[in-house]
Design a protein around this ligand. Sequence first.
Ligand code: KG4
Ligand code: ZN
Length: 334
Amino acid sequence: MQVLGIETSCDETAIAIYDSKLGILSHCLYSQIDLHNKYGGVVPELASREHVLKVLPLVKKALVEAKTEFNLLNGIAYTIGPGLMGALLVGGTVGRSLAYSLSLPAIGVHHMEAHLLALMLEENTPEYPFLALLVSGGHTQIVNVKAPGVFKILGESVDDAAGEAFDKIAKILGLPYPGGPALSVLADEGDSGRFQFPRPMTDRPGLNFSFSGLKTFTLNTINSENMDEQTRADIARAFVDAVVETFVIKCKRAINETGIKQLVVAGGVSANKQLQKALISMFNQEGGEVFFPRDEYCTDNGAMVAYAGYLRIKKGQNDTLSFIAKPRWPLEDI
Ligand code: KG4
Ligand code: ZN
């Protein structure tokens, strides 16, 4: 069975083809980073227009690279939420129309469920139930994944998402958009001992997160220091250390509260090497196992959408002819 996946929820146009016997046959991605960089963040209308231009040429490229063709496909999947309304409408419209014209099943996919399922494309996968730390530009959640498609959110950010906080601090430090990867590299040059930033909401029970206070604390530090190169790196380091340790504390708490000892980390921020190192070290001490997708499946990609769609199409699911794009769509409501 072959499923074509279309991802256009934000600033990446990504297409992939998943084959149930062979795995991912091709995955193609066009990143709009250069387009949005000069504005310091994603401009939704520009994102939609760029998706319109890129989506069909990328579909063709993915078919060629997979050495397949439209009439060998068995279904089409596309992200319908959460994300930017206009951007979601582009991928959804193209995907649903292609499926109709080819008389194929069509399935609208939840972006965060797809992120989570990206890990299942790796060799080593967890057993259900497992915990998931979902960390992207729009989401920060700890989830109990009870069974395929059955989620219970144990905690989430009450304000900014982790990726958003990374991007905002990076912007203040003069780093290019998207700031997460660049901030992580700068932090590697910094000294861990120089500044001590708060670990938000770790001094009270529960699994929720908050990053806006940490953001303000970081901004105040920037404003009160003489910002030479080393200070920039030391502040980046203190910020990354604070975010990473907060995640480690909360993940450890989630393990203790649920007794579930396997954790999947997914979404763009899961590509962060400092976070990966700290979580691996925590699991080495505590027992259990932590899983990360390969780098290109941490950030937005088409492979995760093709695979998430395959799982539903295989069960016989098929959307009606119309679809509703859902910019906000809680994971528990799938
Ligand atoms: O999942 P994703 O590609 O798109 C959304 O669904 O939002 O996540 C993008 C976010 C951005 O905020 C980006 O700065 C962050 O993930 N990110 C990182 C790293 N790579 C991507 N943050 C920290 N360290 C990284 N290495
Ligand atoms: Zn994403």
